[in-house]
Structures are given as structure tokens and as C-alpha cells.
Ligand binder design. Structure first.
Ligand SMILES: *Cc1c(COP(=O)(O)O)cnc(C)c1O
Length: 428
């Protein structure tokens, strides 16, 4: 392992004042071991750490940077906005402009509102679903991450449709009880639960392509089943496209499956690297939100002008460059290169790819849900992660996170990455 004295020093300092030295747990390298790399700056597909080492970056701030780091037009848009004032707590034209650009790609979002993170978006969408239906139960799927709001930090008890138990200390069981967790891609469990509790269900929230247990696409017919079942009982279907939005396709997973969710949540890409989330959907449902309706939701910095400017410029560039669809060739090149390198080294790898997202499970597959994903060899993944890092390639510091491509990643970047992977696999 290459030593990184500056990162080590900065991490030691950070740990004295910030819990675990990080502001989000996965950054601490807990599941791969070692000291987190402190980043100094980024440009395009590259980042540089505090020790001056250069890396090809496939984390991309966990998804937002579809254009890569510090795109000159996005930076200029932020600078221009900042010079005019950083926040007003009053409406600005840029909010309507960004909303229009989003709606152009997500026509199901007839009305939409901006918040400051994906967590806020999903939390608010759930509140709207409960307010609209007058019901309490929310169904989520095991292995799907919807941010860290209390009611969504819940996984399954044993046997599928048991009552929710909290995933985190500090979440009251009384509260978690209203979140039911079912196995991803399990049509039987879903149908059974709807049969039993249908009239009590406010909504179903799902990552329509799972991206927080590694990459797990829905099986044929599963999304359609959810659309049917929710409609039958008057519950709302919520697509959490915080990660998949503008990533698996410009119009998100809903454009791929041709299913129109009642509510959609977005984040990550739409903020161009600034803190933004959005939720929206059918007009009649979104009219529940204050000041039009009784569901309260607010934010001092919501629709922040810097964030809106970054989002607007990002979505314009996405339109101009035909993203993320234009990344298909690079994505395929990376996928095939990695798979070939693994085969050559006799390493079991189950590779999955959707749009500009990819994932390599260290196992034979198939991976259809969280249980399957957990069969991966995480120790091997940790070794692979460090072998790649030492060769100048940053992949996610966990087996259960996906990799992201940007429009800045060149064919040469991919070749370098595959070369590094070949060495890393044979070192396993
Ligand atoms: C990242 C993510 C969130 C949470 O977004 P934050 O901005 O981190 O709060 C919610 N849902 C999904 C699917 C995500 O990938």
C-alpha cells in the first residue's frame, strides 16, 4: 500500500473534531480498511489527493458529477450566481428554469419542488403520500437506500413482510413500524402483502434500478407489478431516482420502463455538484403541499441560487451532449475490459451495467436482491479497491456501491483503468 502522509495527518486532525473524521460514514473506508484519501482538487475525470497523487475518479461524488469535476461552464455559472448574492429566501427565476429543464425529461413531474438533498426529497415525498392517501404504511425494499430520514432507515425483519424494525439507534420502533420492508424483485411477497394490507398502504418507494446494494436492476415485470398493485388499492408509487435520474437514461428509469410513477424524487445530477434535491409528480397530489395544501414542507436555503445555476448549466450540457446515452460506448468498453481482465486472472466477477452506472460483484451471480449481493467476497473487494487505488484509480470504497462514468472520461482513461484492473486481479 502506498503511504499517504498528508491524508493520514489530516485524518488524525479531523477525527479529533468530527465523528470518525468524516461527514458521511462511507467516506471513512470502514469496509475496505486503511486511511481515507483526503482530496485536494478535481478536474474532468481526475482528482488529486492532499499528497499530490492523481487518480481517475469513478466515485464522482457518489454520482452527481455526470460532466466530471469542475466543468468550466458549470464553474462559471456558479461564480456568476455567487457574485449576485448567495441566498435570498425569496423566489428567483432560476428555480422555474431548472424545474422546466427537469420536467422536459420527467413529464410525470407535473409540479415539483426543490429541497437541499435526496434525503429531504424522499422524506417529503413520503409525507405527501401519507397526506394525500390519509394512510400510514410505506413499503420499501431491502437494500434500497432512500436517505437517512427516520422512517426510511428500516430493513426487513425475517420472513419478508414483518413489521419494521429500525436500522439505526435513535429511530423509535413506533415510528419504524409504519415502514414495511420486502425483498427486492420478490413479486410473491409483494402481491401477498398487498392482498393483506392493501387498503392501509400509503405508498411504495423503490429505486427503480437498485444502486445502493451494488447495481441490481428489477426483473422483468416487477416495476409493472408495483404500478398495478398500487393503482388497485389507491396507494402511490414513488420512484426514488435520486441516483438513476439522468444516469441510467436522461429521463431516468421511468423512461426505460415506460411506467409513470405518481411521485418522483431526484437529487445528485440535477445539482451539478451543489446540494439539491427535488420531488414532484401528479398535479393533484403535489397540490397537497403548502402553501396550496395541508402538507408542510419548507427550507431556508431551498432553491438556492448557486445550486440552481449549477443545475441549469448541467442540464443544458446534458441536453447538448446527449447524455447519459452518449456514454454507452465508453461504459461498454469499461465493462468488457474489466470482465475480460477478471476472466484472465480467474477471478469470479458478476458485472452489471446500466447507462453510466456499473458494478462488479465479486461472485458468480446472479444478483437479484440484497441477499444475493451479500454473498459477494467483500474481503477480495477490499484488496481490489486498494490495488486499484495504488495504481491511480479510485473506485467506490465498498462492494455495495456502484461506479459512475462522466463525459470527461476518455478512451485512454478506460484503457488505463482496465490495465490497472488486470494487475489488481492477478495480484488477488
Ligand atoms: C443518494 C441517495 C439518496 C440520498 O440523497 P442525499 O443527497 O445523500 O441525502 C436517496 N436515494 C437514493 C436512491 C440515493 O442514491
Amino acid at each position: 500500500m502506498i503511504s499517504r502522509p498528508c491524508s493520514e495527518g489530516l485524518f488524525a486532525e479531523a477525527q479529533k473534531i468530527i465523528p470518525g473524521g468524516v461527514d458521511s460514514p462511507v467516506r471513512a473506508f470502514g469496509s475496505v480498511g486503511g486511511t481515507p484519501v483526503f482530496i485536494d482538487r478535481g478536474n474532468g475525470s481526475r482528482i488529486w489527493d492532499a499528497d499530490g497523487n492523481e487518480y481517475i475518479d469513478y466515485v464522482l461524488s457518489w454520482g452527481p458529477l455526470l460532466l466530471g469535476h469542475a466543468h468550466p461552464r458549470v464553474v462559471a455559472a456558479i461564480q456568476e450566481a455567487a457574485a449576485q448574492g448567495t441566498s435570498f429566501g425569496a423566489p428567483t427565476a432560476s428555480e422555474t428554469e431548472l424545474a422546466g429543464l427537469i420536467q422536459d425529461a420527467y413529464p410525470s413531474m407535473e409540479l415539483l419542488r426543490f429541497v437541499n438533498s435526496g434525503t429531504e426529497a424522499t422524506m417529503s415525498a413520503i409525507r405527501v403520500a401519507r397526506g394525500f392517501t390519509g394512510r400510514n404504511l410505506i413499503i420499501k425494499f431491502e437494500g434500497c437506500y432512500h436517505g437517512h430520514a427516520d422512517g426510511l432507515l428500516v430493513k426487513a425483519g425475517s420472513g419478508g413482510a414483518t413489521l419494521g424494525i429500525p436500522d439505526s439507534a435513535g429511530v423509535p420502533e413506533d415510528y419504524a413500524r409504519n415502514t414495511i420492508t420486502l425483498p427486492y424483485n420478490d413479486a410473491e411477497a409483494t402481491k401477498n402483502f398487498f392482498k393483506k394490507e392493501g387498503k392501509n398502504i400509503a405508498g411504495v418507494i423503490i429505486e427503480p434500478v437498485g444502486g445502493n446494494m451494488g447495481l441490481v436492476p428489477p426483473v422483468e415485470g416487477f416495476i409493472e407489478l408495483l404500478a398495478r398493485e398500487t393503482k388497485n388499492v389507491g396507494a402511490l408509487l414513488i420512484f426514488d431516482e435520486v441516483m438513476t435520474g439522468f444516469r441510467v437514461a436522461r429521463g431516468g428509469a421511468q423512461s426505460i420502463f415506460g411506467v409513470r410513477p405518481d411521485l418522483t424524487t431526484l437529487g445528485k445530477v440535477i445539482g451539478g455538484g451543489m446540494p439539491v434535491g427535488a420531488y414532484g409528480g401528479q398535479r393533484e397530489i403535489m397540490e397537497m403541499v403548502a402553501p396550496l395544501g395541508p402538507v408542510y414542507q419548507a427550507g431556508t436555503l431551498s432553491g438556492n441560487p448557486l445550486a440552481m445555476a449549477a443545475g441549469v448549466e448541467t442540464l443544458r450540457l446534458i441536453q447538448e451532449q446527449g447524455l447519459p446515452e452518449a456514454l454507452e460506448e465508453r461504459s461498454r468498453q469499461l465493462d468488457e475490459g474489466m470482465s475480460e481482465a477478471a476472466r484472465a486472472a480467474n477471478v469470479s466477477l458478476w458485472s452489471v451495467r446500466r447507462g453510466s452506472m456499473f458494478c462488479s460483484f465479486f461472485q458468480d451471480g446472479p444478483v437479484r436482491n440484497f441477499e444475493d449481493a451479500k454473498r459477494s467476497d467483500t474481503k477480495k473487494y477490499a484488496k481490489f479497491f486498494h490495488a486499484m487505488l495504488d495504481r491511480g484509480v479510485l473506485v467506490a470504497p465498498s462492494q455495495f456501491e456502484v461506479g459512475f462514468l462522466s463525459s470527461s472520461h476518455t478512451g485512454a482513461d478506460i484503457e488505463m483503468t482496465v490495465r490497472a484492473a488486470r494487475e489488481a486481479f492477478s495480484a488477488l
